[in-house]
Design a protein around this ligand. Structure first.
Ligand code: BES
Ligand code: ZN
Length: 605
């Protein structure tokens, strides 16, 4: 069997590759499970007959397996963390290279499923209907159905769901989707572009749609619809057009956004056709729509061109951050590129400090032998990946790099690659460009060092046009007798306030009184902008401001986005462990299973 390069799958995808997946499920809200079947069309990869198929699975209940219409011999091996229980299926007569077998699996999900969150009507905003949604990245698809759960395999997908509520999925809707909440109906979707398992997505609930651009709509709860539409409609089509001008035309048809209930554990998730997004981006000031620019950019980096394994995750996220910043610069002007990079650099410093500067997880290529990608996940892939690309961009010059972008995405569209293939593609392109000077420069790149050196990469000079005012204000606060006034931040965007607060955090902790004064004078607690509130609470907690503990606990009952929840729990735990544990116990069911699991690890419960 051909060796595989993804250490986080137990499947034998060197011997077989999924070409098409048909998923057919009833969304059973009463029992909080999906019940149905999946049919995988697997193509044999080896000349020597392949007589066994091994699929990933994790806490799914399999009731039968058929191969080409006949009952098959199968065995679910024991579960072990972190990769789950491999499903072994016999193909008695084997299959010659190129032959396709149809594996039909009847199954249901279980209460231990890590990919799905089921909300009761009481947990939704209008409290009328239940809600469910999936989050498969990185390795949770295997907990919905047995599959080759690796980004190194891509398959087209047909989806068929029965639900009493409207459904969205990571495919294009086919047939009639008009819905009457409460009335059961079949919803079908097709994904004709081959995608990896981690982009399988489904959500169902009391949701409605409104247009936000010529090829885009937003879908969310009826009470939230107007606000979401306002937040996104100004920029959506602009983002698409700019991204297309940097890479090449959008290949997926529609680009829609599903704004989820607050327990959604990420800022956004680039599920094809429907990006899933946290409601915290709906801040009423259009200041967090960069998350949508980011998820949209994944339509090229990640969804068309995918990392071959989570060891090379920077290829997904570093490229996406790079494209996101190019989009932002085109919309808001060049200084925005550096301003956003400054915010990212601070996050990178924090991540490196959190893991330790020599830690494996601070490398660009991260070994995943027996490692759960969830534990590795941090801003390192994003920012170190971005800085590597930005370094390459400056090295060869923007005009040359602009030529490389469409070349790279064209060459790898529909495929998956690792860092070494990226290196070869880059070097080949510039060796063949016919520019001797650039060729010489490219020859100086220390690929090994860039890929495997832990800690911070070299820091470039940032343009501080938008950040300098924030720094200057922070400097003033160094003097404990500085008397602030609301005027100090009058012209600041929310993100400038955040940069100011983050700079302040790098100095000695504020006294409790000063922290309170800061919050009051700059009105940082009444904001709808959770990013801003979060930045302030981090400061207040470090200042041991006891009045901020309950505010933090309250926020932890309202948002489930891990970017906020995990650091807030860690900080609260340091100053008031009892309140942290009590707050976690109270909100455990509110959090998505992924988030719940991570906070349990963070708090040691
Ligand atoms: N693909 C990620 C989210 C993700 C990564 C989920 C790994 C599970 C495992 C998504 O594109 C993302 O990066 N979201 C960010 C927002 C972004 C603006 C940096 C987030 O969730 O904060
Ligand atoms: Zn991303």
């Amino acid at each position: 069997m051909a060796a595989t390069r993804d250490p986080t799958t137990l499947s034998n995808y060197g011997a077989w590759r999924t070409k098409h997946t048909s998923a057919s499920f009833n969304i059973d809200f009463d029992n909080k499970r999906l019940v149905g079947s999946v049919v995988l069309q697997l193509e044999s990869q080896t000349d020597k007959q392949s007589t066994e198929i091994v699929l990933d699975s994790r806490f799914v209940k399999v009731s039968s397996v058929a191969v080409d219409g006949a009952a098959a011999q199968w065995e679910l091996k024991p579960h072990s963390d972190p990769f789950g229980a491999p499903l072994h299926i016999q193909v008695p007569h084997g299959a010659a290279k190129g032959d396709v077998v149809r594996v039909a699996i009847e199954l249901e999900t279980t209460s231990k499923c890590t990919a799905l969150q089921w909300l009761t009507p009481a947990q939704t905003s209008n409290k009328k209907h239940p809600y469910m949604f999936s989050q498969c990245q990185a390795i949770n698809a295997r907990s919905i159905f047995p599959c080759q759960d690796t980004p190194d395999v891509k398959s087209t997908i047909s989806f068929k769901f029965t639900s009493t509520l409207p459904v969205v999925a990571s495919g294009v809707a086919v047939g009639d989707h008009t819905a009457t909440p409460g009335v059961e109906k079949v919803y079908e979707f097709e994904q004709k572009v081959p995608i990896p398992s981690y982009l399988f997505a489904v959500a169902s609930g009391d949701i409605v749609a409104a247009p936000i651009g010529s090829r885009s709509k937003v879908v969310t709860g009826p009470n939230e619809l107007k606000g979401c539409q306002w937040e996104l409609e100004r920029d959506m089509e602009k983002f698409l057009e700019i991204a297309e001008s940097i890479v090449f035309p959008y290949r997926w048809g529609e680009y829609n956004v599903l704004v989820l209930p607050p327990s959604f554990p990420y800022g956004g998730m680039e599920n094809p056709i429907y990006t899933f997004a946290t409601p915290t981006i709906i801040s009423g000031d259009r200041q967090n729509v960069d998350v949508i620019a980011h998820e949209l950019a994944h339509s090229w980096s990640g969804n068309l061109v995918s990392n071959a394994s989570w060891e090379h995750f920077w290829l997904n996220e570093g490229w996406t951050v790079y494209l996101e910043r190019r989009i932002e610069a085109a919309v808001h002007g060049e200084p925005q590129f550096d301003f956003s990079s400054i915010i990212g650099w601070k996050a990178l410093e924090d991540a490196v400090a959190h893991f330790g500067k020599d830690h494996e997880y601070t490398k660009l290529i991260i070994s995943h032998d027996n490692v759960d990608p969830e534990d590795v996940y941090s801003t390192v892939a994003y920012e170190k990946g971005f800085h590597f690309l930005y370094y390459l961009d400056r090295l060869v010059g923007r005009d040359n790099f602009n030529k490389f972008i469409p070349h790279y995405f064209t060459k790898w569209a529909g495929k998956s690659l690792d860092s070494f293939e990226f290196r070869d593609t880059f070097v080949d392109f510039f060796n063949n460009l016919g520019d001797e000077e650039v060729k010489q420069k490219v020859a100086t790149i220390d690929w090994e060092g860039r890929f495997y050196t832990p800690g911070l990469p070299p820091k470039p000079e940032f343009d501080t046009t938008l950040a300098s005012q924030c720094y200057e204000l922070a400097e003033k606060w160094k003097d404990a007798s500085y008397e602030p006034s609301p005027k100090d931040v009058e012209g600041f965007s929310s993100n400038q306030k955040i940069v100011f607060l983050e700079k302040l955090q790098q100095f000695e902790p504020l006294s409790t009184d000063r922290a309170q004064l800061l919050g009051k004078v700059y009105d940082l607690l009444n904001t709808q902008n959770v990013e801003l509130k979060f930045a302030y609470l981090q400061l207040a907690l470090k200042a041991n401001d006891a009045s901020s503990y309950q505010t933090t606990a309250d926020l932890l009952g309202k948002v489930g986005r891990m970017k906020f929840v995990r650091p807030l729990f860690r900080s609260l735990n340091k100053v008031d462990r009892n309140l942290a544990l009590e707050t976690f116990a109270k909100n455990k069911d509110f959090y998505h299973p992924i988030c719940r699991g991570m906070v349990e690890k963070d708090l040691g419960v």
